[in-house]
Design a binder for this molecule. Structure first.
Ligand code: SAM
Ligand code: SF4
Ligand code: SF4
Length: 337
């Protein structure tokens, strides 16, 4: 198959993000606020989650389309039992060059080495503050930083490449930008700041709560001078900066203030097998039913081809231009970021 299938805006498909579970052990206020995702919240029943066999079958089809990178996410992906088995099976697929996991790291202490041995290349670890009192508020469960820092240590010991993701939200943790930068400078881990996004319907997003890339860079640059870097590949979402003194680099994901839709090469698969072509979509394409009704690879391939070649999504650009936005967007914990 032609592996350079492009959408209506000329974008190839390169990355597949797979949410393997919609549940999480955290309740981050900007993602799964505890007042909404409480004890009565209806998470997906187990039988609705794609099995590893189903995920691998779809990944094989996507690899034929040109997908080279797979990221496993959630909810909290390490809550899915035997995730390392899935990593090993995905790594064996022809054309898949890179496998990553996005996690809050709490379960990495037990799983980092197993994941690395199975073929995992990288982990992105979410940590929104280095001071306990702030982190305990942001994660909504009163969890201190120690279990996350131990998870980071385990990932380092296992030899995994590490990026640390910090969502910055005004009034929540902007006072942690400098302490986080100081903490990770010189460790070899890349710290990435993420602008607070309006994913889902419950995180109370408004533009005033967004801390811009520009402001973040100014704060750090004043104390720890930075030099901008070129992107390392087409479609890289983070703007990169290295420390002038050679002690590493940081990134900023400016999804709100500088949209990067024009090079968005990502498709997203929810834990129950719906395909989304944009993080801010309100509906997906049901691949699970096709799998479970015994459709052939050819039929699924044709369906995917029609979806990707018809894709026009550029939500962040539209928002910046003031176009009316969709209601009922999917939740971040369902689609995985
Ligand atoms: N539980 C894992 C974790 O937190 O790393 C994986 C899933 S989480 C939904 C994936 C990423 O989305 C995390 O880096 C998280 O910080 C980010 N995220 C969640 N809600 C967000 C929001 N409203 N704005 C920006 N990033 C968000
Ligand atoms: Fe869980 Fe990750 Fe969402 Fe936090 S950001 S609630 S850890 S899924
Ligand atoms: Fe891609 Fe949609 Fe995000 Fe734009 S808004 S970068 S199209 S996911």
């Amino acid at each position: 198959m032609d592996s350079h299938i492009i959408d209506q805006l000329g974008r190839p498909i390169k990355d597949l993000r797979i949410s393997v579970i919609d549940q999480c052990n955290f309740r981050c206020t900007y993602c799964m606020p505890a007042e909404i995702f409480g004890p009565d919240y209806a998470f997906l029943p187990k039988e609705e989650l794609l099995s590893f066999d189903e995920i691998v079958r779809l990944a094989e089809i996507f690899a034929k389309f040109g997908v080279e990178k797979i990221r496993l996410t959630g909810g909290e992906p390490l809550m899915r039992k035997d995730l390392a088995d899935l990593v090993g099976r995905l790594k064996d697929i022809d054309g898949i060059k890179d496998i990553a996991v996005t996690t809050n790291a709490v379960f990495l202490v037990r799983q980092a080495q197993k994941l690395k041995d199975a073929g995992l290349d990288r982990v992105n670890i979410s940590l929104d503050a280095i001071e306990d009192h702030v982190f305990q508020e942001t994660n909504g469960r009163g969890i201190k930083t120690k279990p996350v820092l131990k998870g980071i240590e385990a990932a380092r010991d296992a030899g995994l490449k590490i990026k640390i993701n910090m969502v910055v939200k005004k009034g929540m943790n902007e006072d942690q930008i400098l302490p986080m930068a100081r903490y990770f400078k010189g460790t070899g881990d890349t710290l990435r700041f993420i602008e607070f996004m309006e994913v889902g319907n419950h995180n109370g997003w408004n533009m005033d709560a967004v801390v811009s890339k520009k402001w973040i860079i100014e704060q750090i640059h004043q104390e720890m001078p930075l030099v901008p870097q070129d992107p390392s590949y087409y479609g890289e979402v983070a703007s990169r900066y290295r420390y002038e003194d050679g002690s590493g680099e940081i990134g900023v994901i400016s999804s709100v203030t500088e949209a990067f839709c024009s090079s968005c090469t990502r498709a997203r698969l929810s834990a129950d097998g719906n395909l989304f072509t944009c993080l801010f979509a309100s509906s997906g394409y049901d691949l699970k039913t096709m799998l479970r009704e015994g459709e052939s690879d050819e039929t699924i391939t044709d369906y995917l081809l029609a979806i990707w070649t018809g894709r026009t999504d550029q939500y962040s650009v539209d928002r910046a231009q003031g176009k009316p936005m969709k209601e009922n967007k999917i939740e971040m914990s369902y689609i995985g970021g």
